[in-house]
Ligand binder design. Structure first.
Ligand code: ADP
Length: 542
């Protein structure tokens, strides 16, 4: 008997309207099959696994975890980025699905296990990216419009002029921007021939990528999204945790298109697709940044993580209530787990690790990103140089699209080593600005921060971050925080793990960086940085 197909599942019949939702239980039932082999505290005879599907912006990945939270196998496949016009970014939803199902089959084959050895799977995904498909045929009516796509920016300006910024922010926690799903759905309804009429006849489904994958994996039985993904659509009231009728009216989106909102960790149903021969519980959906927050064990209020990738993504757990930001940060739902909702504040820096890429590929100062560390370490300091990496404008907390990259304080003595050191320090200054904005918004200063992403390999950067921000920086040993986070959610839903404490005990940090510099010196440096930021701002003429 499959626990997941009985009382917990909400079944949407093929082509039919959704039934009224029954509450989805998040408490693992002691009578289900997942527990039977643990009776009398015996370990299961055969190792079991959790499958994490990590659907990112440039590639689809699958990661298989064992009960010790170790990665057993991993597979990744990039897919096409389509740029039909300047500022437009699209993905083919069928390619998202085909690459995702390819890597999912690949990890199982690589690990040489049976599908039946997988206790549950979870889906984590690029957020905000918008898919609309036909309820009967499962055919997308248009490409997925990616979060980076700016085609609806003008429409957002119109709404801003109509004075809607504050109202949208109060309800959704978001800044009125083309980034989020609402205006993208509206664009599809208005621009794909026949789409609006079909939507009004209940023939179309909207979903972010989590919904789209759950739909395909369940053979069209599940049309769901979790609270963390819903909170990025700009249609979701993060206080009532429901789609908001006023916003649906404003964007002219029929409510019947929207997925059912479910908790982040719960058995929603089972797989029913040709790629997977046995039904496997689908037990988590989570936006990628929120999954990373959980995977980094930022479970207690006011714990924070930063991902240092192309950009930097800073997220702070704010506990059981959303904090309105006075500093251009986003309030968002982190997750819903065991009947409790947890919120977060989020700030994004556009250019993080990619400033190192620019020094490497644009200025050719070194040949691999890792070489930035010894080069920067070859000088004692930046020699008074500050580099503001506003290459594509400034993100949080400035939100200045007209800022541009700036290097100040250059003298005859300045070398490539000084500039490289200034670039690494700049990444830390940018993150520090967001961390301080979060402290100002919440009235709470954190003492530690967990880190992941490609650039955390750079120990000089991590030590400077600890010195500057005055917090302990904790670098984990499992670097796949996003996949780990969704595996944790899915594993908790089926009783593979019993508590977050049990999981945290399995995870060991790789290295901790403690603040060593004098705070007064860092305050002086911060002042100079802000002076450099001031000089970079409003550079491009409107
Ligand atoms: P994303 O997932 O956003 O593509 P990653 O997490 O893979 O990015 O991080 C890659 C970024 O980190 C690149 O911009 C690269 O320049 C930077 N990076 C990688 N290694 C280092 C290093 N040792 N020092 C500084 N930056 C690095």
């Amino acid at each position: 008997t499959s626990a997941a197909t009985t009382s917990r599942a909400r079944i949407t019949s093929h082509g039919g309207r959704s039934e009224r939702l029954r509450p989805i239980s998040t408490a693992p039932s002691s009578s289900n099959r997942y527990f039977s082999n643990r009776k009398n505290n015996k370990r299961p005879m055969k190792p079991k696994y959790i499958l994490a599907l990590d659907q990112g912006t440039t590639s689809s990945r699958a990661v298989l975890f064992n009960s010790r939270c170790e990665i057993v196998s991993m597979s990744q496949r990039p897919f096409n980025q389509q740029f039909p016009q300047p500022g437009w970014v699209e993905h083919n939803p069928l390619e998202i699905w085909s690459t995702q199902s390819f890597v999912m089959e690949n990890v199982v084959n690589k690990a040489d296990i049976e599908w039946s050895d997988i206790e549950a799977l979870g889906i984590t995904n690029q957020r905000e990216t918008t898919v609309v498909w036909d309820r009967q045929t499962s055919e997308p009516v248009y490409n997925a419009i990616v979060w980076q796509d700016r085609r609806t920016a003008d429409y957002c300006d119109v709404l801003r002029e109509r004075g809607l910024t504050k109202r949208i922010r109060e309800k959704t926690g978001l800044i009125l921007d083309a980034y989020f799903s609402a205006t993208k759905i509206r664009w599809i309804l208005d621009n794909v021939p026949g789409a609006r009429a079909r939507a009004e006849r209940d023939e179309l489904c909207f979903g972010t990528v989590d919904s789209w994958l759950a739909w395909r994996l369940s053979g069209g039985r599940l049309h769901i999204t979790d609270v963390s993904n819903a909170s990025r659509t700009m249609l979701f009231d993060i206080h009532t945790l429901d789609w908001d009728d006023e916003l649906l009216d404003l964007f002219d989106i029929p409510r019947s298109m929207l997925p059912e909102v479910v908790p982040t960790s719960a058995v929603y149903g089972t797989t029913d697709c040709p790629q997977i021969p046995v039904p496997i519980p689908i037990a988590s959906l989570a936006g990628d940044q929120q999954a990373a927050l959980f995977g980094q064990q930022c479970i207690a209020p006011f714990s924070a993580k930063t991902t240092y990738g192309t950009g930097c993504f800073i997220m702070l757990n704010t506990g059981d209530r959303p904090h309105a930001s006075a500093n251009n940060l986003l309030a968002t739902v982190a997750w819903q787990l065991g009947g409790k909702t947890t919120y977060a504040l989020e700030g994004s820096v556009f250019v993080g690790g990619s400033v190192i890429q620019w020094l490497r590929d644009g200025l050719k100062l070194f040949s691999s990103s890792a070489d930035s560390e010894p080069l920067a370490a070859s000088v004692e300091d930046t020699g008074g140089v500050y580099l503001v990496p506003a290459l594509t404008g400034l993100g949080a907390p400035y939100w200045d699209p007209y800022a541009r990259g700036t290097i100040v304080g250059i003298t005859r003595g300045t070398t490539s080593a000084h500039i490289t050191r200034a670039a690494l320090e700049a990444i830390a200054f940018e993150v520090d600005d967001v961390v301080r904005a979060m402290a100002a918004d919440t009235g709470h200063t954190s003492t530690e921060m967990r880190v992941d992403g490609g650039a955390v390999a750079n120990s000089l950067l991590m030590q400077f971050q600890a010195d500057l921000t005055g917090v302990r920086i904790i670098r984990p040993s499992v670097m796949e925080s996003t996949a780990l986070g969704v595996a944790m959610f899915a594993g908790l839903a089926v009783g593979f793990w019993h508590s977050t404490d049990e999981i945290c005990a399995l995870l060991k940090p790789d290295r901790t960086f403690s603040p060593e510099a004098a705070p007064a010196l860092m305050e002086q440096r911060r002042k100079r940085w802000h002076e450099a930021v001031r000089r970079s701002r409003h550079w491009v003429e409107e």
